[in-house]
Design a protein around this ligand. Structure first.
Ligand code: HEC
Length: 443
């Protein structure tokens, strides 16, 4: 039923082509060795043999026990019911017309793939396609992939599918099973042009380079992007008249979206998605490397540059500055901001700025996620200790110098009030006694 086209050769071409472009190299800085494959099928991680405990597995168990029932719609299949069961807002919808995935032949500018997401699941839906696609975040395994057949039955089954790793575990996902967000120009059919693009879009990517192959609804002033454009003629026109398909608040003149959950491909949802996907890959990489280091050396001293790179991403130190106000169309920004948690002053890490940067208080909301909390203990403690040093201003290194003192203080105050189980020294308790062992461990 499904045609698998895991084109390894094409991926290498992409890797070579993109690594030759200096502007991409400058924009991306994780840590040395960020892209080589981690041997996750071997015993220490044992990806294939380990059952997931993530949100899709939990939903399947609830379905099997009859605690929840999904409703099949003849037009859209399980889409709306499964989104509700996974607590994913339709406002998170983004639309992608570049031909990627196991169902690539179904995806085109007239039938884009809809991607929905929350903090730990990503969902792909294509009108009329035989399966829905899911990637979940398991705190230990990282990205785990499933399909759900789009046929009416009393017992819908999410089927784990490791074939997806042909694309979803590569240098572009930090060498671990993970999530992909790219930006490539496409032709009128949605076939991508491998020479022009960014294969790992995240919050560091300039807006000008984003959204090739995606629809974008929302306003962004004079800043240009590559969204809403397909085919040579469209790109040529955009050269002459920048933003001729930018600042769109409706896609009506480009595509008929009647069967879709919403008519939006919200610019703010896209930006949060891009921050999140790379953050998830980084958490997985950190988890795997820590597990392997502890098993091999019983310490994590060799992982210092990786944990510093992680901290920089967590705190958005290299985020691309916004040069104009960004506004979405689906209400995603307001919905997302209400999810909290909020401190007593009503502040939250999910509050968006959208004037000069993505978030008002730039520390990733995924610090509340299970994937963060279940990092192996020495790494979790080390990251929290370094974060505390940066937020209290004890750390004066140039890497974090661009975070203003009042921003550091606000993030510190928000976390102390909203994040459970922080070590006591965050609240000024027993400072020395608790901090000493963690710093010994990591240095
Ligand atoms: C031929 C390569 C390829 C295969 C095989 C593939 N994908 Fe993907 N997938 C992609 C690319 C590329 C993207 C990012 C789209 C973009 O930004 O252009 C993506 C994105 C996604 C997303 C959106 C969020 C994320 O995790 O990146 C989901 C969900 C997804 N794929 C699920 C799956 C599932 C489930 C399978 C297996 C049934 C699968 N994919 C197989 C290439 C592939």
């Amino acid at each position: 039923m499904l045609a698998a086209r895991p084109d390894r050769a094409a991926r290498w071409i992409v890797a070579v082509a993109t690594s030759a472009l200096p502007w991409i190299a400058a924009a991306q800085s994780d840590f040395q060795g960020a892209t080589h494959m981690v041997p996750f099928e071997e015993d220490t991680i044992s990806y294939n043999k380990t059952p997931s405990t993530g949100p899709i597995t939990r939903l399947q168990s609830r379905l099997d026990r009859g605690e929840v029932k999904l409703k099949f719609d003849p037009q859209t299949g399980w889409r709306d019911s499964v989104l509700a069961a996974l607590e994913i807002s339709p406002k998170s919808q983004t639309l992608l017309f570049s031909k990627t995935s196991l169902q690539r032949e179904r995806i085109a500018p007239q039938t884009p793939r809809a991607v929905f997401f929350n903090d730990d699941v990503y969902v792909g839906w294509i009108p009329g396609a035989p399966v829905m696609e899911f990637s979940e975040v398991d705190a230990k395994l990282g990205g785990v992939f499933y399909t759900l057949e789009q046929t009416a039955t009393d017992q819908p089954k999410f089927v784990r599918n490791n074939q997806c790793l042909e694309c979803h575990a590569s240098a572009k996902t930090m060498g671990v099973p993970g999530h992909l967000i790219r930006s490539f120009k496409t032709d009128e059919q949605g076939i991508i042009d491998l020479i022009t693009g960014v294969s790992e879009v995240n919050h560091r990517t300039p807006l000008e380079d984003r959204w090739g192959g995606w629809y974008v609804t929302g306003t962004h002033g004079k800043v240009t992007h590559r969204g809403n454009l397909f085919g040579k003629a469209a790109f040529a026109k955009a050269e002459e008249k920048p933003n001729y398909l930018g600042n769109l608040t409706s896609l009506k003149k480009l595509v008929d979206l009647d069967s879709y959950a919403t008519p939006h491909s919200d610019i703010v949802a896209l930006m949060v998605l891009e921050h999140e996907a790379h953050m998830h890959n980084f958490l997985t990489r950190l988890h795997y490397e820590t597990t392997m280091a502890l098993s091999r050396y019983q310490h994590i001293r060799y992982l210092r540059s990786m944990s510093e790179g992680f901290l920089k991403y967590l705190l958005f130190t290299e985020e691309t500055p916004l040069k104009a106000k960004v506004r979405g169309t689906s209400g995603y920004a307001d919905y997302f901001a209400t999810l909290g948690p909020k401190d007593r002053k009503g502040r939250s890490l999910r509050q968006l700025d959208l004037e000069t940067r993505l978030f008002k208080y730039p520390c990733s909301f995924l610090i509340y996620s299970e994937a963060f909390d279940l990092l192996p203990k020495p790494m979790r403690e080390h990251v929290l200790q370094r974060l505390h040093e940066v937020l209290t201003g004890q750390d004066t290194s140039p890497e974090f110098a661009n975070i203003p003192a009042e921003t550091r203080r606000a993030i510190l105050e928000i976390l102390v009030e909203t994040k459970p189980n922080l070590p006591g020294y965050w609240r000024g308790e027993k400072q020395r006694a608790e901090r000493q062992p963690a710093s010994e461990e990591a240095r």
